[in-house]
Design a binder for this molecule. Structure first.
Ligand code: HEM
Length: 129
């Protein structure tokens, strides 16, 4: 939910309400967007349905912002998206992923830790096709 900290280099107005002074460290908090209850009905749960249309096709959401927003957003976003696409499509095209337990027993509840919510560790078999 937290973005990387930034340092104001001058008197800066954020939105219209907050004024920060030169040298103030600012932590942008993205939680109001990432946890928007209208956009994501179960905002604290891992729910792939948040990104699917009723017919199962992909639904892009502007509320999902892993690369942040604004002037200092990630400059590597295009490259990262391309890499992730190549990485995952290569795996899915070349390997069969088999869970070691019954998929029903896999717990996808995120781990609550200081600084955020993290996915649990999983073990699975990667079998060449
Ligand atoms: C899944 C992969 C990645 C994620 C989720 C990610 C996410 C982020 C986030 C959240 C920021 C902070 C934006 C802000 O402070 O407002 C950032 C900054 C940055 N990222 Fe990434 N990033 C990824 C991959 C990459 C790659 C592959 C590169 C370079 C090839 C890269 C280069 C940078 C740089 C240079 C900044 C600092 C930009 C600035 O401060 O103006 N990132 N990234």
């Amino acid at each position: 939910p937290l973005n990387f900290p930034h340092c104001a280099i001058t008197i800066t107005r954020i939105v219209t309400k907050f004024v920060t002074l030169d040298g103030t460290t600012v932590f942008p908090v993205l939680i109001s967007v990432l946890h928007d209850g209208k956009e994501f009905p179960n905002p604290t749960e891992f729910d792939p349905g948040h990104f699917l249309n009723e017919d199962g096709t992909f639904r892009k959401s502007d509320y999902f912002m892993p690369f942040s927003a604004g002037k200092r957003l990630c400059v590597g976003e295009g490259m990262a998206r391309m890499e992730l696409f190549l990485f995952f499509t290569s795996i899915l095209q070349n390997f069969k992923l088999k869970p070691i337990t019954d998929p029903k027993d896999i717990d996808v509840t995120p781990l609550e830790k200081p600084g955020g919510r993290f996915s649990p560790h999983y073990e699975f078999c990667v079998i060449p096709r």
